[in-house]
Design a protein around this ligand. Structure first.
Ligand code: GLU
Length: 476
């Protein structure tokens, strides 16, 4: 692969929201292009007019950009091979249909849906591949004309050569071979004149100069059809690479539970784009080291030889891991902006100084909105909650520990002065000193640095919390 030669594409159908499965396909194609200084084209395969929608299109543009992908060829940017919506390319397809018909490589098929369905069922029941039987393959010209004259509608079928082998070197799976005898003549134009997927996808890849098409394994069986079509049209085929699909954590198909895994949902639930990119780039593809990477770094080490062959399972725990890593890398300003959206009303109600103090206190302890909300409740709310392990720590320390601590508050300027004084007075040190203080300050047994909590809470709140802890200890 030489620099500047790689043209990849992401070719979604705007019939739904992007989910992590197709976001991963987009990312792989984007990373491969970026690694080689090439480019990724965005093409909308909107041939299903009923199900394609403008709002889904818009969602695709926005969510891909949010993920950090970009393109200079696409429906919204234009480009040398425009238009990039298949619904706007019908005249191009018509020209290629004509070529195939003129060469007798395609023929009109008048078979009804019902008869095709029945034939399929019968073949399957007999344990045979459900190939088209070729009913309309050899109709005479007169017969065809009279059926059209009678108002009959026809699809156009591609005549698949018999007794050949289509082979190609799959980027992910290596050498693949398919016998044309198993394929059967397939539809390339629907009765309403619009192209079938095989046809428009193959024609557009060729005309747009696509060199590499990375896509899910579910398209593997389509590839020999597309290669046959391209050959018949004297068009080049891209190199194809089919990677394993993403499965749900229970091993079932992901598409069944897409609701919670839409890209927009993940964004609205506080996930950062680089967290997703780091996660998705490792879903079925590996990196030598497990370090967090920028998009450029993900691209630089992206390697088609590192695709796994086993299905990749969606793992929320891993996604959370990369989310935490991404959150740690935000600037304080960006972190605060994220909190404004996700930490809830206790945080938004604060003044600017208090917001910043809270931001700095919880910086290292928040991966997701639930964490931020919990921190806000604990640190900004009126009490420290009643977690069993917190109550146990407080009880263990005893009421006098907290009363002694409260008495030392006024003389301390910093947390370090304060904790030293409390240690001196109570004779406690290490965990036995810090854990009860943390529990009283924050209602948690782990969390932000104590010095930051000291800063955030201020002496009055700390006094009240120490008194509250003393009460809890006395009652226990
Ligand atoms: N529109 C197809 C899909 O969304 C594109 C498949 C391909 O990448 O070739 O599955």
């Amino acid at each position: 692969m030489t620099a500047n030669s790689t043209i990849t594409r992401f070719a979604p159908s705007p019939t739904g929201r992007l989910h992590i499965g197709n976001a991963r396909t987009a990312l792989f194609n984007g990373l491969l292009a970026r690694r080689t200084g090439g480019e990724m084209i965005l093409r909308l395969e909107d041939t299903d007019r009923e199900r394609s929608r403008a709002d889904f299109e818009q969602g695709i543009f926005e969510e891909l950009r949010w993920l950090g992908l970009d393109w200079r060829q696409g429906p919204d940017t234009g480009g040398p091979h425009a238009p990039y919506r298949q619904s706007e390319r019908q005249v191009i397809y018509d020209e290629y249909y004509r070529q195939l018909e003129d060469a007798n490589l395609a023929y009109p098929c008048f078979c009804s849906q019902e008869s095709l369905k029945l034939a399929r069922k019968t073949l399957l029941a007999a344990g045979k591949p459900p190939r088209y039987a070729g009913t309309c393959a050899n109709l005479s010209r007169d017969e065809v004309e009279s059926r059209f004259a009678a108002g009959k509608k026809a699809t156009l079928r591609f005549r698949v050569p018999s007794n050949e082998t289509v082979s190609f070197d799959d980027i992910v799976r290596g050498e693949q071979r398919f016998a044309t005898g198993d394929i059967g003549d397939f539809v390339i134009r629907r009765t309403d004149g619009t192209p079938s997927f095989f046809f428009s996808n193959a024609v557009d890849d060729a005309l747009m100069g696509v060199t590499h098409a990375l896509r899910g394994e579910d398209h593997l069986a389509n590839t020999p059809r597309q290669i046959l079509l391209s050959r018949a049209l004297n068009l080049p085929s891209p190199r194809y690479g089919h990677f394993p699909l993403v499965l749900d954590s229970d091993g079932g198909p992901l598409s069944k539970r897409l609701g919670s895994l839409g890209l927009a949902d993940l964004r609205d639930h506080g996930y950062l784009p680089l967290a997703l990119a780091n996660y998705l780039a490792r879903l079925g593809h590996g990196y030598a080291e497990e370090k967090f990477r920028s998009l450029e770094e993900l691209a630089a080490d992206f390697d088609v030889n590192r695709f796994g062959r086993a299905p990749a399972k969606y793992d929320p725990g891993q996604l959370r891991h990369w989310q935490k890593e991404a959150m740690l890398r935000l600037t304080d300003d960006d972190f605060e902006a994220w909190l404004l959206v996700h930490a809830g009303p206790l945080f938004t109600a604060l003044d600017a100084d208090a917001r910043r103090a809270f931001t700095l206190a919880v910086r290292d302890n928040v991966a997701l909105p639930v964490d931020a909300e919990r921190m806000a409740e604990r640190l900004l709310g009126n009490d420290i909650g009643n977690d069993a392990d917190v109550i146990a720590v407080i009880a263990e320390a005893g009421g006098s520990f907290f009363r002694d601590a409260a008495a030392l508050l006024d003389d301390a300027e910093t947390f370090s002065e304060f904790s030293k004084a409390v240690g001196g007075k109570t004779g406690q040190k290490g965990k036995a000193l810090f854990m009860p203080l943390r529990a009283a300050f924050s209602g948690e047994t782990h969390g932000p640095e104590m010095a930051r909590l000291w800063q955030l809470l201020g002496k009055e709140k700390i006094r009240a919390r120490l008194a509250h802890a003393a009460e809890i200890a006395d009652k226990s």
